[in-house]
Write a protein that binds this ligand. Structure first.
Ligand code: ADP
Ligand code: MG
Length: 276
């Protein structure tokens, strides 16, 4: 294989052997998402204040923090909905998210799930997944016949991941709240995102649904980078490897659940109230 002109490190070579579609997507330090010194003000109030936040390729990160800490605003910045006043936001080493539109960011492989499920209630589970795929790519008419088979395979694969094979032909409107949330995660997966941002996935779920969601979310890590914002500390405890605590628009603490739980600053501003 002819070597490209730039110098590659060992990590880059590993990426060429792995199924990552674009080796340029991951920075040399392994970060897929890179936010540095980001500030956003709303009418003079700093919702995000000199925020530094990095997500590694394939990692599962939980983000916690009190109401108003800036968690949703941070996701709005990553997806292009809100533009910061200052700072850098990179996706891999080449893509400057601040120069991209919301659709371009989604197309580049960043998917977001909002708190409330927004599935097409009168359509079947299968059709919801099909629609999610159709919305994400421009299929050339001549390729359509060939892609159909691949598309069906992808739908089957996603149905298995989200555990809704048996519900495949049911109207989405008849699903339980938990199943709707999994379907929506499936709809995001149809677009083959590299980075998934999931806002409060277990709000309103039964204990059993919460456990199943934990399994689903952890199964996505590795193939995808996943950022989960969640208030339910039992859920966070059950899935968390690394936790970021946001407070007043910046990172108050970051570490394992154990480190976070024993950090007096975190207990004071958040866990003291949330753990009760
Ligand atoms: P969290 O998701 O952590 O609860 P948010 O990111 O929603 O917090 O909000 C952070 C702060 O920014 C809050 O004080 C909120 O009121 C404020 N804020 C968020 N979005 C807007 C907006 N579009 N206009 C004005 N203030 C906003
Ligand atoms: Mg929020």
């Amino acid at each position: 294989m002819a070597l490209p002109r730039r110098t590659y490190g060992p990590k880059d070579w590993l990426q060429w052997l792995s199924p990552v579609p674009n080796p340029d997507l991951v920075t040399r330090s392994g970060a897929l998402l890179y936010m540095e010194d980001v500030t956003v003000s709303f009418d003079g109030f700093k919702a995000i204040d000199k925020l530094n936040f990095y997500v590694d390729d394939g990692e599962l990160r939980c983000v916690i923090g009190p109401n108003g800490a800036g968690k949703s605003t941070m996701m709005d910045i990553i997806t292009g909905k809100t533009r910061p006043d200052k700072g850098s936001v990179f996706y891999g080493q080449r893509l400057d998210l601040l120069k991209m539109s919301e659709p371009e960011i989604a197309q580049a492989g960043i998917g977001r799930k909002f708190q409330k499920p927004s599935v097409f209630e009168t359509q079947s589970v299968f059709h919801n997944l099909e629609l999610a795929m159709a919305g994400s790519k421009k299929v050339l008419p001549t390729l359509k016949a060939k892609l159909k088979g691949e598309d069906r395979d992808r739908i089957s694969e996603v149905l298995e991941i989200i555990g809704l094979e048996e519900e495949c032909w049911r109207d989405a409107g008849s699903l339980s709240h938990g199943q709707k949330q999994w379907l929506e995660i499936g709809m995001l997966l149809m677009q083959r995102p590299k980075l998934l941002l999931i806002d409060e996935p277990v709000a309103g779920m039964t204990h059993q649904e919460m456990n199943r969601t934990g399994e689903l979310v952890t199964s996505l890590a590795g193939k995808h980078s996943v950022v989960v914002v969640e208030h339910d500390m039992d859920f966070v405890r059950s899935i968390a490897r690394k936790v970021t605590v946001l407070h007043q628009g910046s990172v108050l603490a970051e570490g394992t659940m154990d480190q976070i739980q024993h950090d007096p600053r975190v207990v004071e501003v958040y866990l003291g109230e949330a753990a009760c």
